[in-house]
Design a protein around this ligand. Structure first.
Ligand SMILES: [Zn+2]
Length: 247
C-alpha cells in the first residue's frame, strides 16, 4: 500500500552500508519507522529530505514491519537549527517530548501543526526561546489529553483565593482549602497562572516575542517539568539540561 504524506524527521540512524532507518512524525500515519534504501549514497535523491527535523513530502510503501521511503521531497530543511548548537539542543528537546507522548502509528494533527510552527519559530533570529519552549510544553500536554485547569480550583472550583498551588496529579491549580488532596502540589504565583493561561490559549505566532522574566520562567518551568513527568513517565529531561547549559 502506498501513502503520500507530509512528515518531520525525528530520528535518522545509519543502517548497513548505505541505508538509513528513519523515525518520521507523519500527518496521515502518525509516528512511523521507515527504511530509506540507498539514502546515504552521495547521489541519492532521498538524501536532502531525510536530515533530522526536515519537513518533507513522502511517498511511503507500507510493508509488514516497516515502511519504505520510495520518494521524498524536502519542503523545509530547517538549516539554521543544525548550525546553532543552542537551537539544535532545544529542537532535540522538542523531538524527545513528541516522541515521549505519541506512540507508533498514532496521529495527532494538532501536535503535528504545533511542532512545525515551533520549529519554524525556533529557527528565526528574533525569537524568545524560553517563551516558545514553555508554550510548546503546555500545549503539548493539552494536545496529549492533559489540559491543565487554570481558571479555578481543580477540586472545589473556587475562583478566588489568597494563594494557589499547582497539583500535577489533579491536573490544575488548587486553593488553600483543598491542599490536603495533594501534598506534593507546587507553589504557583498569580502572575504565573496568567502567563500559563496566555501560553495555553494563544497561538504560537502571537506569543513569539513575549519576554518572560527569569523568575516567572523558572517557576513555570519547574511546574511543567513535574506535570510532564507525572504523565509522561519515560521522559528524563536530559536534552533540556544540555540546551540550558548553552545559555
Ligand atoms: Zn479548592
Amino acid at each position: 500500500m502506498l501513502i503520500t504524506t507530509e512528515g518531520f524527521i525525528l530520528k535518522n540512524k545509519k543502517y548497513g552500508e548505505t541505508d538509513s532507518i528513519l523515525t518520521i512524525f507523519t500527518r496521515k500515519a502518525g509516528k512511523i519507522n521507515a527504511i530509506a534504501k540507498g539514502a546515504r549514497r552521495p547521489k541519492s535523491n532521498l538524501l536532502a529530505g531525510i536530515q533530522p527535523f526536515c519537513y518533507s513530502e513522502f511517498v511511503l510503501y507500507k510493508g509488514r514491519n516497516l515502511y519504505t521511503v520510495s520518494q521524498c521531497d524536502a519542503k523545509e530543511i530547517f538549516y539554521p537549527l543544525r548550525e546553532d548548537l543552542k537551537k539544535l539542543s532545544y529542537a532535540a528537546y522538542l523531538v524527545e517530548l513528541v516522541e515521549a507522548v505519541i506512540t507508533e502509528g498514532q496521529t495527532n494533527n494538532r501536535l503535528f501543526n504545533l511542532f512545525g510552527k515551533t520549529l519554524y519559530l525556533l529557527k528565526k533570529d528574533d525569537v524568545e526561546i524560553n517563551t516558545i519552549v514553555r508554550a510548546f510544553e503546555i500545549k503539548l500536554m493539552n494536545y496529549s489529553g492533559y489540559k491543565p485547569q487554570l481558571s479555578g480550583c481543580v477540586h472545589c472550583n473556587r475562583k478566588e483565593a489568597s494563594s494557589w498551588k499547582f497539583s500535577s496529579t489533579e491536573g490544575g491549580i488548587i486553593c488553600p482549602l483543598c491542599l490536603s488532596i495533594d501534598p506534593y502540589a507546587m507553589k504557583i504565583g498569580s502572575t504565573t497562572i496568567k502567563l500559563a493561561t496566555y501560553l495555553l490559549t494563544r497561538d504560537m505566532v502571537e506569543i513569539q516575542r513575549l519576554k518572560i522574566s527569569s523568575y516567572l520562567n523558572d517557576e513555570l518551568k519547574k511546574i511543567l517539568k513535574q506535570y510532564i513527568l507525572t504523565h509522561v513517565s519515560k521522559y528524563d529531561f536530559k536534552s533540556l539540561e544540555v540546551a540550558e547549559k548553552l545559555e
